[in-house]
Ligand binder design. Structure first.
Ligand SMILES: [Zn+2]
Ligand SMILES: [Zn+2]
Length: 425
């Protein structure tokens, strides 16, 4: 395996062990995945993908192999450093390292970011760039992306649409970008379905992740210390508190809390969810450029942490207990209710937002009347006390009148009561 770079501008061409193919779509949302690059390289050398991967492994003396034993799974979003550096040494193409999301993983955690269920592609992209020109886009491997940012259609599973008797022999079913594995039809011509239009939300996600792919594959690096301030701004301006934000985003309170404090990395999908709620660009949040929200929108949620079947048994047990208390004391205060069932009030914000809403409504409708009656009672006592002090010819302040009536000043009633009394005197 030997070849020379065919760069005509280079006065002294360097010899490389493998062909020095250039990665496709670098610095655009269409950037190639490393899997696609290696598959094209194998094709150029007329060897199988597995054989090429095995060859690269042999040149890499010490590395954990487990993650890339299956190249189709292991060479998409995050590729082991050792594999990339060996590949660079063999091809002389240093830009290969830009074809993965590895640089982002210091800032955003990519656990569950890759779509492992099946290979996907945009039906219009594969039609436009056909074999042997075609390549697999990095963006197709990202789970939350469901549409092509350019063609505005849904991505489709790269599974064969032809019948079994059109399938080629098992040994010929190699992975080739843009070619159906089973029937070897270029551009997945076997899938007869017409492309489906993507929804606005799917398109927004695709475009935002597309911009992210563009930035990363151009070589941009993000600073992990800038992210917490950006996401804090979104949470503060969009919601009342972190608990409410976590609930609407469908994640555990601690997940969001740790990300806001910078103690743990945020997941890619939570970051995109947050940005969608504030109508801000994901890349600008990563750059630390966001100072205010563009608009408040319903967040795009990719997972449901608190779906009914995921709720712990304790929560459902507590709910019945809460309902019993509410039936007995409909105007109970939240703090008291929390004490009675033996949990923190934050537990309520996380698990029983509807109960909090209910209590709030109760206070709005029933409490004012009750409070007014109590105020009137106090006001009478206040007036009596004040008259008494006056008749005694004593100096008095509001505080000592209250003291003589026995009202605790910090209970919140006094100011309004004082104004009421002053009106009457
Ligand atoms: Zn497309
Ligand atoms: Zn097929």
């Amino acid at each position: 395996m030997s070849g020379a770079t065919n760069n005509l501008n280079d006065a002294t061409p360097t010899c490389t062990v493998l062909y020095s193919l250039a990665p496709k779509g670098l610095g655009t949302h269409e950037c190639e995945s490393l899997l696609s690059y290696v598959a094209r390289l194998a094709e150029a050398h007329r060897v199988s993908l597995a054989a090429l991967c095995e060859y690269v492994r042999q040149q890499t003396p010490s590395a954990g192999w487990r993650r890339w034993l299956n190249p189709v799974v292991g060479l998409s979003l995050r590729v082991p450093e050792a594999f990339i550096s060996t590949l660079i040494a063999l091809t002389g193409q240093s830009s290969i390292k830009l074809c993965s999301f590895d640089s982002l993983s210091n800032v955003v955690h990519l656990h569950k970011a890759q779509n492992f269920r099946s290979q996907r592609h945009c039906p219009m992209c594969v039609k436009r760039t056909r074999y042997p020109e075609g390549w697999h886009r990095l963006i197709w491997s990202i789970e939350i992306v469901q549409a092509c940012p350019e063609h505005k259609v849904l991505l489709v599973d790269s599974t064969c649409g032809a019948s079994h008797d059109e399938w080629v022999y098992q040994s010929d079913r190699a992975y080739t970008p843009g070619v159906c594995k089973n029937c070897r039809k270029p551009g997945f011509a076997c899938i007869g379905k017409a492309p489906q239009k993507a929804a606005a939300q799917q398109l927004w996600v695709a475009k935002e992740v597309g911009k992210l792919v563009q930035a990363i594959t151009r070589g941009e690096r993000f600073d992990a210390s800038r992210l917490p301030s950006g996401i804090s701004i979104i949470v503060k301006q969009r919601w009342k508190n972190t608990a409410e934000a976590a609930r609407e985003l469908g994640v555990a309170f601690s997940t969001l809390h740790l990300a806001l404090s910078g103690e743990a990395r945020i997941s890619l999908r939570l970051l995109v969810s947050l940005c969608s709620a504030g109508g801000v660009s994901v890349v600008s949040v990563l750059r630390g450029e966001v100072s205010s929200l563009l608009r408040k929108r319903e967040p795009i949620v990719f997972q449901r942490y608190f779906s009914k079947d995921k709720q712990p048994r304790r929560v459902s047990r507590l709910r019945s207990e809460i309902e019993r208390v509410l039936a007995r004391e409909p105007d109970v205060r939240l703090v008291r209710l929390a004490q009675m069932v033996g949990v923190d009030t934050s537990f309520f914000y996380r698990n029983f937002p509807d109960v909090i809403e209910h209590l709030r409504e109760m206070r709005k409708t029933e409490a004012p009347l009750k409070r007014w009656r109590a105020n009137l009672k106090l006001a009478r006592r206040f007036l009596a006390a004040k008259r008494e002090l006056l008749s005694l010819g004593r100096e008095f302040s509001t505080v000592n009148v209250y003291n003589s009536v026995g009202v605790i000043v910090r209970s919140g009633v006094p100011l309004r009561l004082y104004l009421f009394v002053r009106e009457k005197l």
